[in-house]
Design a protein around this ligand. Sequence first.
Ligand code: AMP
Ligand code: FE
Ligand code: FE
Ligand code: ZN
Length: 293
Amino acid sequence: MLQEGLCLSRGYYEKMDSPGGFDLHTHSTCSDGTATPREIAFLAHKIGLAGFSLSDHDTVAGWGEARAACKQLGLEFLPGIEITTVHAGVSQHLLAYGTREADARLYEELRRLVSRRAARTQKMRVLLQRDFNLGRLDDTPVGQSTGRPHLADALVRAGYFRDRTAAFAGPLKPGSPYYIPVQALETVHAIELVREAGGVSVLAHPVAYRMKRPTTVTELRQFARHGLVGVELEHPENREAWLPPLSEEAKRLGLIVTGASDFHGAGKENVLGECKTGFYSFNRIREMVENPS
Ligand code: AMP
Ligand code: FE
Ligand code: FE
Ligand code: ZN
């Protein structure tokens, strides 16, 4: 199972330089990516992926466009959401695949998350405006989920920083007087909601270097007991030194191991397809979900 995935540039597992594969974690302009869902589909096709998942932060607003583009291009599409969660004070992200669009409980929580995000972005903007002249606020399209990357873009547009990364290292970083955390869902609760909505949940970048601390083996076990199905071990931002214990535990628990780039267009250095999931794992996920495309 572990040899299934491939991470082409910053890989942890065996590199398999073959075409195809699935990039199961991408962001579009419906959240904090800079490419539209359709543009991501065209790029995925151009680089030879077999398919991808659009997994915007807390929103399904891009699914229709991505699905239509994939159909046109003959690509597989797996609908996804990256849910903003928290566990034991550590902020985490949970990937939810193939949830039924009509599930009331999950989608009500997502609507709440997106509106809390909007209020938080606005509050941080007001704090920033005291010291930075950010100009006019663009209207947010309906369903779009906002966050610090949008504030980073405003700071870059106004000439204060060179790029998003520089803004993130400055006034947007946790602990700064302009920073306000997002009120997230408990990870365990989110796992249960995803399961109820007929989806499969995969813990995103569990040992990302940006995290306050790595996800522990005990936590992984606890999440698996609540219905976690997979773990994203191949991700450009996972810290390699923290991977071995989680990887061993994932094997013991029979979790599906996924690989994905976390592509944000020009908003982040992550390159589409740099980490991928193989056909076998993709199919296992697809067979388990109630909304396969
Ligand atoms: P938020 O959820 O609003 O607090 O924003 C977090 C998001 O910002 C994450 O999903 C990342 O994709 C993005 N992000 C974090 N650090 C950076 C960075 N240095 N450059 C670009 N995007 C970043
Ligand atoms: Fe993001
Ligand atoms: Fe994330
Ligand atoms: Zn992401």
